[in-house]
Design a protein around this ligand. Structure first.
Ligand code: NAD
Length: 308
């Protein structure tokens, strides 16, 4: 029997599946207690994490008998993958299992931001009637959606957007010109500059790596079409959030939905308070009842397979 340590939240039925075969420590708060996490890691044969547990440095050193790290999600920027592999540990992400949740978040927030009419509850309840001010919102159909990073979430987002009648263009630094996936999905492949200049809505679906860190800085935001909206569900360090706030206040950017931050949980920020047409969510786009179940069972199955 092996010992499995789970340091962040996981669907409890998937935890039970692991418990049926192995000894399991399931403590969704363990990630917040670094010393206890290191002590538990020392006797773990498998470690299961989400995005907060940093599997590197002292924690990695403590994992002396671990064979597998299961990641309840997709981005691997919280795991030193080469160092894990050098120690003979397999790293398993839940590839594709939360793509639909992220794609639906992108579409929902894009529609809200383009229309710009949904933040009126307080005004209407207070007896104001801001109908004239809200009458210039945009329909989604016919707008150009620019997708940066055309992997599993990017492609799922394209499919939903096409269903709404959006024109979809995409840029992916790792795909050669004319890659089959573009013809297969009916999406026009473009360069990064053309995408940024031509899209009414831009959404980011790239991993956080050296070449994407700082990709959406003030200069790139300034190249966007006036009034375009920006959605970031990829990783915080890819978009400069202060530059987003400044562009919203200046009226250059028409709206933004930001789900991921340089530091999470995000510390209070006065500069983002009262920014027009800004949606902030706590790294939740990939987490829904259904995706949590899919992600958790996928990782439970793969961890069990690796331990057998
Ligand atoms: P994926 O690996 O299927 O796709 C990523 C795509 O980005 C690939 O096609 C790759 O070729 C491309 N790419 C890599 N470097 C690039 C660059 N410099 N410029 C343009 N494209 C580049 O991954 P995915 O499942 O689509 O997820 C994408 C990212 O979304 C993850 O790495 C993760 O950081 C983030 N994510 C966030 C949430 C959330 O809840 N907010 C959930 C899931 C994933």
């Amino acid at each position: 029997m092996a010992r499995i340590v789970i340091s962040e939240f996981m669907d409890e039925r998937a935890v039970a599946q692991l418990e049926a075969a192995h000894e399991v420590l399931y403590d969704p708060k363990l990630v917040g207690d670094a010393a206890r996490l290191r002590a538990e890691a020392a006797t773990a044969d498998a470690l299961v994490v989400r995005n907060l547990t940093q599997v590197r440095g002292e924690l990695l050193a403590a994992l002396t008998r671990c064979k597998v790290v299961g990641r309840l999600g997709v981005g691997l920027d919280n795991i030193d993958v080469p160092a894990c592999e050098a120690k003979g540990m397999k790293v398993i992400p839940a590839t594709g299992a939360n793509a639909l949740s992220v794609a639906e978040y992108v579409i929902a927030s894009t529609m809200l931001l383009l229309r710009g009419a949904f933040a009126s509850s307080a005004a209407v309840a207070a007896g104001e009637w801001p109908r004239a001010a809200l009458g210039n919102g945009r329909e989604t159909a016919g707008q150009v959606l620019g997708i940066i990073g055309f992997g599993s979430i990017g492609q799922m987002t394209a499919r939903l957007a096409q269903g709404l009648g959006m024109q979809v263009i995409a840029y992916d630094a790792m795909l050669p010109p004319g890659a089959d996936v573009f013809a297969q999905t009916g999406v026009r492949q473009v360069g990064l500059d053309e995408l940024i200049a031509g899209a009414d809505a831009v959404t980011l679906h790239v991993p956080l790596v050296d070449t994407t860190r700082g990709l959406f800085n003030a200069a790139r935001i300034a190249q966007m079409k006036k009034g375009a909206v920006l959605v970031n569900t990829s990783r915080g360090h890819i978009v400069d959030i202060e530059a987003v706030g400044a562009a919203l206040r200046a009226g250059r950017l028409g709206g933004a939905a930001i789900d991921v931050f340089d530091v999470e949980p995000f510390p209070a920020s006065t500069s983002l308070r009262d920014c027009p047409n800004l949606l902030l969510t706590p790294h939740i786009s990939g987490v829904s009842a259904q995706s949590n179940e899919r992600v958790s069972f996928m990782i439970a199955d793969k961890v069990l397979e690796s331990l057998n």
